[in-house]
Ligand binder design. Structure first.
Ligand SMILES: Nc1ccn([C@H]2C[C@H](O)[C@@H](COP(=O)(O)OP(=O)(O)OP(=O)(O)O)O2)c(=O)n1
Length: 134
């Protein structure tokens, strides 16, 4: 993935950018794990506000204005940046942790059982639709 300046975006690059950003401003003192967690939760709140009262929205957000999508990108970025910084300040290697977690998820939710479950969900949805339409 490459960013606006053609730079390849990676967790490591973002971690380094956040470290430089804090250092240049002498903000390392404020970037404690607890402060960062609260900042992260605050940004998740701002992200939620964008969807608040809109009801369900179709994937790809086809009806949204460009401006709204830009705003959404900003809030998603704030969440990501604080998450990366929080991991760094907790001494967590997020590259390793996230790949391990994906493996754990695959073990917990094997493909075979999830297919069975989604078939069941389709059958139940069809029964509900039939009942609703009389
Ligand atoms: N002490 C701080 C303050 C900000 N930031 C960085 C990380 C976030 O990406 C962004 C958050 O900035 P704001 O708190 O100004 O939040 P918003 O950009 O969402 O602005 P607003 O809340 O006015 O919409 O800046 C940071 O690293 N450390």
């Amino acid at each position: 993935m490459s960013g606006v300046q053609g730079e390849r975006v990676s967790l490591d690059l973002l971690k380094q950018k956040m470290a430089d950003f804090a250092k240049e401003r002498n903000w390392d003192q404020f970037h404690s794990p607890r402060n960062l967690l609260l900042a992260l939760v605050g940004e998740v709140g701002e992200l939620s506000e964008i969807f608040q009262w809109k009801g369900e929205v179709p994937k790809g957000l086809p009806d949204w204005e460009d401006e709204e999508k830009i705003h959404l990108g900003e809030e998603l970025s704030d969440v990501l940046l604080y998450l990366i910084r929080l991991s760094d300040m907790c001494g967590i290697d997020l590259d390793k942790a996230v790949l391990r977690k994906i493996e754990l998820n695959a073990i917990k939710y094997p493909v075979s059982s999830s297919k069975k479950q989604s078939n069941t969900s389709t059958i139940i949805a069809n029964i509900n639709n039939d009942t609703a339409s009389g």
